[in-house]
Design a protein around this ligand. Structure first.
Ligand code: A2P
Length: 332
């Protein structure tokens, strides 16, 4: 019998954690034992895995004894404290938070792009920011064909990227407004229902948000392109699930729509949905719960030399988080 692994999911009750459990099951990952970890609030709850109910345990310093692979998605603070403890116990960590993404000792990996970097790990591997991962699924094949220099992008990000509480907030605001009651807010600084917020993560001194700078900083590592530049505006939209990104990219070499469509149609993990005459383009509603990202609206950019504009969408809980993490674990 092939080897089975003890796999821990840290943040198992969260929006991403729940997806991690489903992806492990769906991809038939060789799980001998599944350890589900969350805060004390969730200890004793059960979650389904392969037809059985697994009890959630409180995360403690001793949680990682006997664990081979630990998938973390409980925020940066938890990763900072517990990922090194997991490694000390002998586990390999795949971390979905931003805590270690810029650490030169921690490979930052999208398996379809830089899977070979996995072997450089020293115990911790990082999963990229969700918007960055989805954008790069389309940008990297174009980069391989034409050589990317810089991009300008705007994101349309779903509330599930913020977590389970934000999903509940959008739902309750929609219900309140439809019922003629005032919308209450606690997760976002403004009402998210029937609104868009040009504010994701905290603001930096340069006027961008942290989320916006992740595209440039993380893409440099994933694409191995230290001079890559990205000017991004990240926007939260009242969509439950799946992020979309409008991208204008400038390349070293001349681009053509036909050639771009050809390389995108054959890229792994990506589906070309690009028939505007039939109103066919990627939509968050339809890409939700799909493993593959989708790209469309491909056109020669009218403002840049060697520029191409496109629209890419993907389920940020899957390719942007849980699926990518499990794919990394498969490579390990
Ligand atoms: P819990 O459900 O017990 O609060 P989301 O991103 O959807 O908000 O989920 C965050 C995840 O991180 C949840 O599983 C949550 O568990 C977990 N989490 C939050 N704080 C802690 C903590 N102090 N210790 C362990 N897990 C935590």
């Amino acid at each position: 019998m092939s080897r089975q692994y003890t796999v821990a999911v840290v943040g198992a009750t969260g929006a991403v954690g729940v997806e991690m459990i489903k992806v492990l099951e769906r991809r038939n990952f060789p799980v001998g034992k599944l350890v589900l970890l969350a805060s004390a609030r969730s200890a004793g709850k059960t979650l389904p895995f392969k037809g059985e109910l697994v009890t959630v345990e409180e995360l403690t310093e001793d949680s990682f004894v006997g664990v081979d692979i630990a998938l973390f998605s409980a925020g940066s603070g938890i990763s900072r404290k517990f990922a090194p403890l997991a490694v000390k116990s002998g586990a390999v960590v795949v971390d979905n938070s931003s805590e270690f993404r810029m650490d030169p000792d921690v490979p930052l990996v999208v398996p379809e792009i830089n899977g070979a970097d996995v072997k450089l790990h020293k115990g911790i591997l990082a999963n990229p920011n969700c918007t960055t991962a989805i954008t790069l699924m389309a940008l990297n094949p174009l980069h391989q064909a034409f050589g990317v220099k810089r991009v300008i992008a705007s994101s349309y990000q779903a509330v599930s990227g913020t977590g389970a509480q934000a999903i509940a907030e959008l739902r309750s605001q929609v219900e309140a407004i439809a019922g003629g009651r005032p919308a209450e807010k606690s997760v976002y600084p403004h009402q998210i229902a029937f609104n868009v917020l040009p504010h994701i993560d905290s603001f930096l001194n340069n006027g961008y948000t942290k989320e916006e700078m992740k595209m440039q900083n993380e893409a440099r590592r994933i694409l191995h392109l230290p001079d890559f530049k990205a000017s991004v505006t990240c926007v939260r939209v009242p969509v439950y699930r799946a992020h979309s990104i409008a991208v204008t990219a400038e390349f070293d070499r001349p681009v053509s729509v036909d050639e771009a469509r050809k390389v995108l149609a054959s890229a792994p993990g990506l589906e070309l949905v690009d028939d505007p005459a039939k109103n066919s383009y990627p939509l968050p509603l339809y890409v939700a719960e799909k493993d593959d990202c989708q790209v469309g609206r491909i056109r020669i950019d009218c403002a840049f030399e060697n520029g191409l504009a496109f629209w890419v969408a993907g389920d940020q809980l899957l390719k942007g988080a849980a699926l990518n993490a499990v794919q990394i674990a498969e490579l390990i």
